[in-house]
Design a protein around this ligand. Structure first.
Ligand code: MSP
Length: 539
């Protein structure tokens, strides 16, 4: 975990969260998908120069975890400790996730504050005692309405039999909040995204909400209800509150004020209602400001089904990073699947994109330019239009201006698409349009032919072409850094940029398109190949 952000009073952070993941099993591609998206989003905002807070963590209470621990002959706490330390945290550092904090719902900083929050709602008359019975899916940790079930008794998400639960519980008066929620959605049209998710929620809330059971008394792996400790708090109420407890709710007011509310809650579409209905209602009841946006990403599918461990289709990210590398992994899912839609993972598609987009378009561009600066200018970046021997500089022409314009356009598009709209596929495509434009420029200008002309004019032209290409790579390194940080660090090193421009992480989106930042004289070296040829996975 890289502690890249810190909050101080008075400065409001761009605060992004992932769902906190159930630790009943090891992470799979679906979990990593959301976490990588949040990492790219927050890295982008850091490059804008904003204060950022990126939170992820684990959801450790509830029946699902309890049963898994029992089946493995350990206590739930032992199970959670093991999974968090041996599977979840190591995966996030393996995938270069720069989260600022990692919250576990079994931590006292969380459990105590959850009790206070629930007590507050109880004191305000928002919680009452009542009875409930109905079909319950332990996989979802949710009561289902009978109309949602498939073939009478199957959970529509897990395709497994639901259980019939009958309990004396405490209830939150969720039904009171329908009109206020609808008003809120109306005046904040961007609160739920994408539009399909918003429509689904509107339809659901318009049908009328039922009160929500917020306690369980048939098992004890949870946070006790403070006024009636025979009950534990429903795992979803406990879990949602992580977004508040992690940033100092009830314990560190300065930090809380500097961070709250979240700008973006990233969630999978399966948990949209919890975040877009129950969560804002809880906050309204308590009087806290509501989040800026809930963005529901689609599912990664295998064979037409949601990829999941319980369906035995969960693929471990390491199976892919071993073959393609971490940066290509981060790139692939965001580039290949429009964020917000479902998408299928395919080994063939990944290989094809790796080879054509990463290795050929991007990697080869970087190595060709470094090789030519090495060969023709001894690795010292020449000044555009200056042969190194001619006293007068030859001005860059329209072809170079077109590149500078292309860069300005790609930067503006990527900034809006990635930074504002969470359209990662569109934003990355805009950057790669620029990569292709630079490749086209080199093909047209054919510096290897110009190099044969040893006159001062020929040398000056060659200098212009290679300067233009290297300067373009300087910008590409910055633009792709949020997506592929290790690769872009290698490129930054190969361009010899750091002594002149400082660390890559300090480069700002607002400066990317300012042409001519990489100075002549930079030492360009042919670094490692950015995207090596893939081994045959079967060998
Ligand atoms: N613990 C709850 C979330 C509480 S948040 C206050 C939970 N955990 S989960 O581990 O089951 O799933 C969390 C998230 O993982 C999903 O919402 C989604 O973001 C991601 N995904 C899990 N499987 C997925 C796919 N197959 N595809 C894409 N994302 C999926 O729900």
């Amino acid at each position: 975990m890289a502690a890249t952000g810190s909050t101080t009073a008075g400065e409001s952070a761009f605060y992004v969260t992932t769902p906190i993941y159930y630790v009943n099993d090891a992470p799979h591609l679906g979990h990593a998908y959301t976490t990588v998206a949040g990492d790219v989003l927050t890295r982008w905002h850091r490059q804008r120069g904003e204060k950022v807070w990126y939170l992820t963590g684990t959801d450790e209470h509830g029946q699902k975890i309890m049963r898994t621990a029992e089946a493995n002959g350990v206590t739930p706490q032992q199970w959670c400790d093991k999974l968090v330390e041996e599977a979840w945290k190591p995966l996030w550092s393996h995938l270069s996730i720069a989260n600022d904090d990692f919250i576990r719902t079994t931590e006292p900083r969380h459990t105590k504050r959850v009790q206070e929050f629930v007590q507050d709602l109880y004191d305000k008359g928002e919680i009452y005692r009542g009875g409930y019975e109905g079909p319950y899916c332990v996989g979802c940790e949710e009561y289902k309405s009978p109309g949602d079930l498939l073939e009478g008794d199957l959970c529509p998400v897990h395709k497994r039999q639901v259980e019939w639960l009958k309990e004396e519980n405490y209830f939150f008066r969720l039904s009171d909040y329908g009109p206020r929620l609808l008003e809120f959605y109306e005046s904040n049209p961007d609160f739920i995204q994408p539009a399909s998710a918003r429509n689904e929620v509107l339809q659901f809330v318009r049908q009328g909400l039922q009160d929500l059971s917020i306690s369980r008394s048939t098992f004890d792996w949870g946070i006790p209800i403070p006024w009636d400790p025979k009950h534990v708090i429903y795992v979803w109420i406990d879990a949602l509150l992580n977004y508040a407890t992690a940033v100092g709710y009830g314990s560190d007011q300065i930090k809380f004020d500097a961070t709250w509310p979240a700008n973006v809650h990233l969630v999978g579409k399966d948990i949209l209602r919890f975040h877009a209905v129950i969560w804002p209602a809880m906050l309204m009841a308590n009087g806290l400001p509501l989040p800026g946006r809930v963005f529901a990403n689609g599912w990664l599918m295998v064979g037409g089904e949601k990829m999941s461990k319980s369906n035995l289709t969960g693929i471990s990210p390491r199976q892919l990073t071993d073959h393609f590398g971490v940066d290509a992994y981060r790139y692939y899912f965001l580039r290949a699947i429009p964020f917000g839609q479902d998408g299928s993972f395919s080994w063939e598609d990944f290989s094809a994109r790796y080879t054509s987009e990463l290795a050929n378009d991007f990697g080869n561009l970087a190595s060709r330019v470094a090789a030519m600066v090495g060969k023709y200018f001894d690795g010292v970046l020449p000044e555009a239009g200056n042969s190194g021997t001619a006293p007068e500089a030859v001005a860059s022409g329209p072809a170079e201006q077109a590149i500078a314009d292309g860069l300005a356009e790609a930067t503006a598009r990527a900034d809006t698409l990635i930074g504002d709209n969470l359209d990662f596929a569109g934003g990355i495509a805009a950057i790669f349009d620029f990569v292709k434009q630079v490749n086209g420029y080199l093909t047209e200008q054919a510096p290897w032919k110009v190099a044969k002309d040893e006159s001062p004019e020929g040398r000056a032209r060659l200098a212009t072409i290679l300067y233009t290409a290297a300067e373009s790579l300087r910008a590409i390194a910055v633009l792709l850094n949020p997506v592929m940080p290790a690769t872009c660090a290698k490129l930054w090193a190969s361009l010899g940029a750091e002594p002149h421009l400082g660390p890559l992480a300090d480069q700002r989106v607002a400066d990317v398109a300012r042409w001519g930042r990489l100075p002549a004289g930079a030492h360009v070296t042919k670094g490692e190949i950015l995207f090596p040829r893939l081994n045959d996975p079967k060998s």
